[in-house]
Design a protein around this ligand. Sequence first.
Ligand SMILES: [Zn+2]
Length: 73
Amino acid sequence: MRDIRLSTVLRAVFPRHRRSALQPAAPAPSAPPAPRRWIACHTPRCGHLETPHSPAGPGMWECPGCGRVQAEA
Ligand SMILES: [Zn+2]
């Protein structure tokens, strides 16, 4: 009259095995961060402060504070 499934027994005996099988794989290495360039932004919003601009095309850089795109100084 025993109606115990093998999977039930294995789960009870080897709980660690099951848990480790459910763990997500290690995250893939992320892409290198985009190059930043510290450029002074002369808009009233940024107040002439240097901010780490992100590339916005060849020779152009975008301000993270106000979104202004300016040529490389
Ligand atoms: Zn700005």
